[in-house]
Design a protein. Structure first.
Lengths: 243, 487
């Protein structure tokens, strides 16, 4: 009787062990050691190479790995979001933005990611290595946001984003994005209006009462800082901008 | 596998039991009553809670300002609250009830180690409750299928392990030498899921893996919740109840063996298809596509096996509340799985990925298949657990029609709407906002389907509560509650 159990159990065990090893462990082995790098990697003879660089040390001629540290002075990518943007990512997570917005760009020719201006190149594993929580997303109820910080709407220091978050329908007619007005505060104008106040057309139905203004809370400021930090305008050795 | 598979023995429990065996089964039913009722009741409560979240989510999808000022109910939170309520609250509690009842019956062992089940039930439901509140309060992890804050993971894991230990104990001490295919599915599922859950928690939330290995682990886990947990349990129930109610053996034991092992081999690779086109090494995605397409084998094998068992007995299927739901579920399993295999092909995925098509497909699997099978199972189990018939055939009919029509409308609407959305999104001539606007009629249809499902769930909940309370002399009713008389 127990023999049956063990036969069955080993079959069950190896079925899942197989995919665990094949997918999860292999992934960890293949991409778990990726490091930030410059856009190009050159070997000893000055030719471009992919991935990790290898050097011979002067003392004993032994080969050592130097992951991606070449062309001193060139910036290394990807870069981690810092300070306020990092806090903003937490707001993005808490509000569940990723249920409608992906953060990945597919290669040109597969979908219309490139044509829609979501990114100049395909995103690759290395782009995500510094993210403590990876938010690739599986829905595009709204546009992809991997490169939103580099788009026209982000070039006014975040004003557009604040208006849009406060009331998406005010900015884009027919938008199905939920309003995040609860991340903003309505306050009476004391003398001069606050420099942070949202520039809402006073005749629009979204405008606050006369004598009041809408200002972003700390959460809204952080969220917009995060959105502005989402820039995908660098190259990696394994993924170049589409010509 | 010849050590496990034996020819059907004469005392095999799925054909009409002898009087002496009927007594044994009744004793077993009585012994598991407490925990089974605990799991079924909490499952029903979570179903209703999850339905409320579902309706709010569905309305918000086309009318974003509906409850727009309530931070706790913003789309990104209420959607996750819906998923966790129905996936962990409803589906898992129902699955636990079915597991323990089937395992005890098929092993011919009255309740043992019942304390484990109460511990599991308590930890589980407290965990899910705290987790769902956490999501609404803004502690969601934004990791799909793992949104509950990580501090509830130990509660969930302990509950899973208790269920698994209990199941293995009962199996090991079985008095029935013959091992039926339902027991394999259950044993496999109770071993797989705790493993998947713990690895996913560790590699994504507790000690996050570097980069997209997280995403890979996420979909390896999330797809396997369906593939290696809900599906095996749904199939275990279908394999048990179809022959049981019809009073004839399953068509082929060898097909059920093939179906089981091919599912075990292929399903757990399939999850990577959620990352097609994504920033992962192409070979991993390809492995996922191969696994997804190969799923055609277990699906066809199981479909043929079930169909050939049912064929010729459609009148009985129609009369039995259990089989109406379960056969609907089994047919949905075939259809949803075949569509799923198609969706994993790159050219199809290019269109369906990132659209509402996927949402429709998820409901096709978890609702039209799994949930319908659970409804059918509960319709069979409750009268045997409580020694009392279902009070109202009319409510069962309302339940069946609202839910079967409702889920069909939902899957069709989201599939068509999602397909159009995908085609338009891939055509850069069409502005993005135009693609969004064109989804609205389909999302409104989804809301209508949601209302229908709600009606069905209320009918089910009422009948269940009525039965539980024993109002109106339900216990005095003679004979089984059938849905038609000409069987």
């Amino acid at each position: 009787m127990m023999k049956n159990f063990y036969t069955l159990f080993f079959g069950i065990f190896f079925a899942l062990a197989f995919s665990f090893t094949g997918l999860i462990v292999s992934s960890e082995i293949q991409i778990g050691g990726l490091q930030p790098t410059t856009s190009t990697l050159l070997d000893d003879e000055g030719n471009e190479i992919l991935g990790t660089a290898y050097f011979k040390t002067l003392e004993d001629g032994e080969t050592v790995e130097v992951p991606g540290l070449l062309n001193v002075g060139e910036p290394m990518y990807p870069q981690a979001p810092l300070g306020l943007a990092q806090r903003g990512k937490q707001i993005y997570i808490e509000q569940g933005c990723m249920y409608c917005h992906s953060q990945q760009v597919r290669e040109k020719g597969f979908g219309a990611d490139y044509e829609r201006g979501w990114g100049e190149r395909q995103s690759v594993a290395r782009d995500y290595i510094l993210q403590e929580r990876v938010l690739l997303g599986t829905m595009r109820t709204g546009p992809d946001l991997l490169n939103v910080g580099d788009r026209g709407i982000s070039q006014d220091g975040g004003k557009w984003h604040h208006l849009h978050l406060y009331s998406p329908q005010m900015i884009i007619e027919g938008s199905t994005m939920p309003p995040f007005a609860y991340l903003y505060e309505e306050q009476p104008i004391n003398g001069a209006s606050s420099p942070d106040a949202l520039a809402i057309d006073p005749t629009s139905k979204y405008a606050p009462e006369e004598g009041y203004e809408i200002v972003p809370s700390f959460e809204a400021e952080a969220l917009v800082a995060y959105l502005l930090s989402l820039k995908f305008n660098y190259e990696l050795p394994e993924s170049k901008m589409v010509e | 596998m010849s050590t496990v598979v034996t020819a059907p023995s004469p005392d095999e429990p799925i054909t009409s039991p002898l009087p002496k065996e009927r007594v044994t089964l009744a004793q077993i039913d009585k012994s598991v009553r407490g925990p089974a009722i605990l799991f079924i009741s909490t499952a029903c409560a979570w179903l209703l809670i999850g339905t409320v979240f579902a309706l709010i989510t569905a309305f918000k999808a086309h009318s974003p300002t509906f409850l727009g000022n309530v931070e706790w109910l913003t789309f990104g939170r209420v959607r996750a609250a819906h998923l966790n309520s129905v996936a962990f609250g409803w589906s898992n509690n129902a699955a636990f009830a079915v597991i323990l009842w089937l395992m005890a019956r098929l092993s011919k062992v009255p309740m043992m180690h019942g304390g484990l089940l109460y511990v599991a039930g308590a930890f589980w439901n407290v965990g899910v409750f705290v987790g769902v509140i956490g999501i609404l309060a803004g502690q969601s992890t934004s990791v799909e299928w793992l949104e509950m804050p990580k501090y509830v993971a130990p509660l969930i894991a302990i509950a899973y392990v208790c269920i698994a230990v209990w199941g293995v104990q009962v199996f090991v001490h079985r008095r029935q030498h013959f091992v039926y295919v339902s027991q394999w599915y259950i044993l496999a599922a109770i071993f797989w899921l705790p493993w998947l859950y713990m690895i996913a928690q560790i590699m994504i939330l507790y000690f996050p893996a570097r980069g997209v290995t997280q995403s890979l682990t996420n979909w390896w886990f999330a797809h396997n919740v369906l593939g290696l947990w809900l599906s095996p349990i749904g199939l275990a129930a279908a394999y048990y109840f179809i022959p049981k109610v019809l009073g004839k053996p399953i068509h082929s034991y060898y097909l059920s063996v093939l179906g089981f092992w091919s599912l075990a081999l292929f399903y757990n690779w399939a999850g990577v298809h959620h990352l097609i086109g994504g920033p992962l090494p192409v070979w991993m995605v390809t492995a996922g596509i191969v696994g997804s397409v190969m799923m055609v084998i277990p699906v066809i094998v199981t479909a043929v096996n079930h169909h050939l068992t049912v064929v010729g007995s459609f009148k009985q299927v129609w009369a039995s509340p259990t089989l109406r739901f379960i056969v609907f579920g089994a047919m949905s399993y075939t259809l949803a799985s075949l569509i799923g295999s198609l969706m994993a092909i790159r050219d199809v995925n290019e269109i369906t990925h990132f659209t509402h098509f996927t949402v429709g497909h998820a409901h096709h699997g978890v609702y039209a298949f799994f949930t319908m099978v659970m409804f059918g199972s509960i319709y069979f189990m409750m009268p045997r657990l409580l020694k009392r018939e279902w009070p109202s055939a009319a409510l069962i009919k309302i339940h069946f029609w609202s839910c079967s029509v409702g889920i069909t409308v939902m899957v069709v609407a989201l599939s068509i709407g999602g397909w159009i959305q995908g085609l338009e999104m891939n055509n850069p001539e069409i502005t993005f906002i135009e693609t969004v606007r064109n989804t609205i009629p389909w999302l409104q249809a989804r809301s209508v389907s949601g209302v229908m499902l709600t009606v069905g769930h209320i009918a089910f909940g009422l009948n269940f509560a009525w039965m539980l309370v024993g109002f109106f002399g339900a216990s005095e009713k003679k004979g089984p509650t059938l849905l038609s008389q000409d069987a």
